[in-house]
Write a protein that binds this ligand. Sequence first.
Ligand SMILES: Cc1cc2nc3c(=O)[nH]c(=O)nc-3n(C[C@H](O)[C@H](O)[C@H](O)COP(=O)(O)OP(=O)(O)OC[C@H]3O[C@@H](n4cnc5c(N)ncnc54)[C@H](O)[C@@H]3O)c2cc1C
Length: 373
Amino acid sequence: MGNFDVAVIGGGMIGPAISLGLLERGLSVCILDEGDDVLRVARGNFGLVWFQGKGFGMPRYVDWTRRSAALYPDFAAELQEHTGVDVGHANPGGLELLLGEEELAHRRHFIGQIYQQGGGRKYEVEFLDRKQVDDMLPGIVLGDEVVGASYSPVDGHVNPLFLLRAMHTRFQQAGGRYLPHHRVSAVRRTGDAYELSTKAGTVSAAKVVIAAGHGLKELGPPLGLDIPIRPQRGHILVTERTKQILPMPMSAFRQTVEGSIMLGVSAEEAGYNDAVDTATVARIAERASRTIPALRHLNIVRSWAALRVLTPDKCPVYAESESHPGVYAIASHSGVTLAAVNAKVAANWIAGDPAPEEFEAFGVERFDAQKTA
Ligand SMILES: Cc1cc2nc3c(=O)[nH]c(=O)nc-3n(C[C@H](O)[C@H](O)[C@H](O)COP(=O)(O)OP(=O)(O)OC[C@H]3O[C@@H](n4cnc5c(N)ncnc54)[C@H](O)[C@@H]3O)c2cc1C
């Protein structure tokens, strides 16, 4: 069916971002993807380009996230210029609103630890008291329990479905080959190349990138990439459209340009069950109405659940197989946030450049160390 420089398995958030960067390097690239009726996290996420709180235990992840946030405005503009799709990226800063002194103390401790792990290097997160938050959110009456917030000017958001559409459109425009309904069942080495088997035929490529989300669990081990990812369910609720009231995203709320308010986000260990749990939906709505009481008057028009791709330390994996050189695995539970840096930096590593310095932390050997610790 075709020989390519690189075959990317997975057309979610990570695969297309990497593929765009590879095309920019002049390589021939195909994306093999499954059908619609599968787990696809790219279609179920919250759309935050989020910095604060990321990288606990791994300062390199703080750097990597910051780098992506910095690259995002140009990345979004470039996508719009080529495809006409406005991905709705905005970077007005972001807030995590805190209910009660206990939450505030816990958040201070958590953010303080991330700061200290960086050895005192800059970390753009600060704490605001209730008055400062009120001043930052004119027109919103916060609930009595809100005592303050953590704030980062680096945070922002994007429309994740438009991002997906723009990346796919640009990929095909730039000469990439998208192969839907091509579930890869096996990858075999044949001489200098790899052969990828699908029911629709075989593809061969010099390099292979596994950006298959949950599919990595099955594809990785025979290729020397046994990465301990697990699913973690998260719920999202969407309200009817209303006037613009939220000037910036918050970790649990964001208003779309169309006016809907998205409410999130839960975290449940439910295996591969992505069914909606009504008790969780009720909990999210209840907390939202305690935080911003006016939300109580809006109808919830949609809710869904999707499964995060989580590594044990919640930090990303970028790894090349030792037993199968030229086969790479990329997994992250922040594929939206990292889209810009995946396209602009990580892709160059796959193309053959030296690994970015952040990658010293992103290998799979860290999980062996955790196992023996
Ligand atoms: C509730 C929730 C909220 C989230 N909010 C945010 C957020 O605000 N910001 C953020 O940055 N991230 C967020 N995320 C995470 C983000 O959505 C993911 O990090 C991202 O979608 C991962 O992309 P991926 O490409 O690895 O996986 P996916 O998006 O799942 O894509 C993988 C693709 O690979 C395909 N595939 C799998 N196996 C095979 C195979 N064998 N052959 C061919 N194709 C295969 C699948 O069909 C799929 O299309 C959230 C996730 C959840 C669940």
